[in-house]
Design a protein around this ligand. Structure first.
Ligand code: ZN
Length: 330
């Protein structure tokens, strides 16, 4: 367990800001200790960089010993913290770990080629892409109500929502920041020092599809609790809506940033769905059950709801979506 993590926990405990009954997770005896260290280091490095650039007080990241799946973003004067439950990390880590043989199989040879540069087992890169997405998403919640706002945000809140449209707007806004940042991660892997593409466009497209698939899979695992498509319900928009939005933002950010590039959103999305579908289902014999087809059936209504949420976002001036790029992560 990293010393910086132990220091973070000590500071948080001294400041007496933990929720009632909350226990930070001591992962030193967890067999996923290296993954926790990686997760902590990536998040801590990125959050400290943002704090410096944006004049935020330091933001502490830690894990909670809870077994349920949840994430928290808390902002009080002089102190910000982001926490992920042990249950959440375990769910996704163990899930991808179990998919190791499938992800190593020859049918994913294009995925292997795109991920080779990361030097990690393929399943682990999927886990890392998801991990960065959730870190960015929680940070989005800290930014979106203004630098000095006090928030105590619990990602999954048993469906207690006062204003569903506003809640969906806040979630898609956090996804906006997460998808833009994930796009920047992809670009730093795909481009040379001059910002020119260093891999071919097909490989870039596959890389985008892998990043999208890693987030789709989490959405879909959570969506497994929602057997039918919903619209004005729950604290988060339905995973299909999030999936459409995240795809738009990620592809759009890359297209706008790399000059002369051709990246077809439809190809990326279909490939991402194919990867997610294959990993999650492992069975093409009954494709009508797969979410990609469900999504096709509901597409007009999903698009309508997405448009309604984006209109709401446009009316909320402090959201990440409405900030000048200078006020967003560096
Ligand atoms: Zn959220």
């Amino acid at each position: 367990m990293r010393q910086a993590y132990i220091d973070n926990i000590e500071r948080i405990q001294k400041a007496r800001i933990l929720d009632q009954g909350e226990k930070p997770y001591d992962y030193s005896y967890d067999h996923r200790v290296d993954a926790y260290d990686d997760f902590f280091e990536s998040a801590d490095f990125w959050l400290q960089k943002q704090a410096l650039a944006q004049g935020f007080p330091p933001c502490f990241i830690y894990f909670r010993s809870d077994d349920d799946v949840n994430a928290f973003a808390v902002s009080k004067p002089g102190f910000k913290r982001i926490a992920f439950t042990h249950g959440m990390i375990e769910l996704i880590y163990d899930y991808y770990r179990q998919q190791e043989d499938l992800l190593n199989s020859a049918e994913f040879s294009d995925v292997h080629q795109a991920l080779a540069q990361f030097g990690n087992p393929y399943w682990y890169t999927f886990f890392q892409l998801w991990q960065m997405f959730v870190i960015y998403h929680e940070y989005g919640h800290l930014v979106q109500k203004g630098k000095n706002a006090e928030i105590n945000y619990r990602e999954y809140n048993s469906g207690n929502v006062d204003n569903i449209l506003e809640s969906h707007a806040l979630e898609l806004d956090a996804d906006f920041l997460a998808a833009s940042e994930l796009a920047r991660n992809i670009m730093s892997a795909a481009c040379d020092q001059n910002g020119l593409l260093a891999i071919d466009e097909t490989e870039l497209s596959t890389l985008c599809s892998v990043a999208l698939a890693s987030t789709f899979i989490f959405f879909m695992k959570v969506a497994g609790q929602h057997p039918s498509v919903y619209f004005m319900d729950k604290e988060h928009p339905h995973p299909y809506v999030r999936l459409m939005w995240v795809t738009n933002i990620l592809i759009d950010t890359i297209i706008k940033s790399i000059s002369g590039i051709k990246l077809d959103p439809k190809t990326c999305t279909l490939k991402a769905l194919e990867i997610a579908d294959r990993i999650m289902d492992g069975d093409y014999k009954n494709p009508s059950q797969t979410f990609s087809q469900e999504m096709t059936i509901h597409y007009p209504d999903l698009l309508n709801h997405l448009t309604t949420i984006v209109q709401k976002m446009e009316s909320m001036s402090t959201l990440c979506y409405n900030l000048h790029p200078d006020q967003l992560p560096v």
